[in-house]
Design a protein around this ligand. Sequence first.
Ligand SMILES: Nc1ncnc2c1ncn2[C@@H]1O[C@H](COP(=O)(O)OP(=O)(O)OP(=O)(O)O)[C@@H](O)[C@H]1O
Length: 231
Amino acid sequence: MIEAKDISVSIGGVPVLHAESVRCNSGTMTALVGPSGCGKTTLLHCLGLLLPVDQGQILFNGKDVTKYNSSARRKFWCDHAAFILQDYGIMDEESIAFNVTMHASMFGRRFRGNRERLAKVLEQTGLQGREKELAGHLSGGEKQRLALARAVYKDAELLFVDEPTASLDAVNRKKVFHLLVKFALSGRTVIVSTHDSEMINACGAKYEVGSNSSLHNPSSTDLTGNMGETL
Ligand SMILES: Nc1ncnc2c1ncn2[C@@H]1O[C@H](COP(=O)(O)OP(=O)(O)OP(=O)(O)O)[C@@H](O)[C@H]1O
């Protein structure tokens, strides 16, 4: 569970978030929604400790992590978090397998990850059989799916996702959709900044950035919204 409590952020002296509070529960996919420029990405970055807040707190499983220094933040990212951000964070000069597993020997790029898990996530993201291809040769949509494959392979407790369906066709949108839903249903905390109405409908909780109000607060018996229907 990750939570923002009354956080405010200014960028370049311009207020972007004002006293925002949102709680993202485990086992749930939470949508950060609202018009372009309202601060969805900024809030996502604050929750992921990628951007410091000026006021308020970020709580991870109830623990105040707001003032973590750079080494504590690095450990938080390494141990608990996975990100699919707008630039996808793909290393173009590396293979697909390396980008997913982040494992290779220093010399010769010999594969050292978990082969079974790698094959499974590539299958789930429609990249099966392409382990050895250079990531730089992939299209934008394929890179987006590769970023998702990496996040699922890591199996992190927290998954931060910015516009996961932005450059995908209908078939791949559905694939990404199902994968994120399954991931949340397995007990993970998934936070998605999105304009995609189908994606928003699949989320168990929705928070309108800038309105200071949750659109839907999941009760204990309805932690997943209509995620089950999506599967
Ligand atoms: N690095 C930056 N420098 C200056 N202004 C910024 C920066 N990052 C964000 N902003 C401003 O903060 C506001 C919120 O941006 P943010 O990207 O969080 O919005 P968003 O809701 O995610 O938008 P979109 O739906 O278009 O992606 C915008 O007005 C944007 O111009």
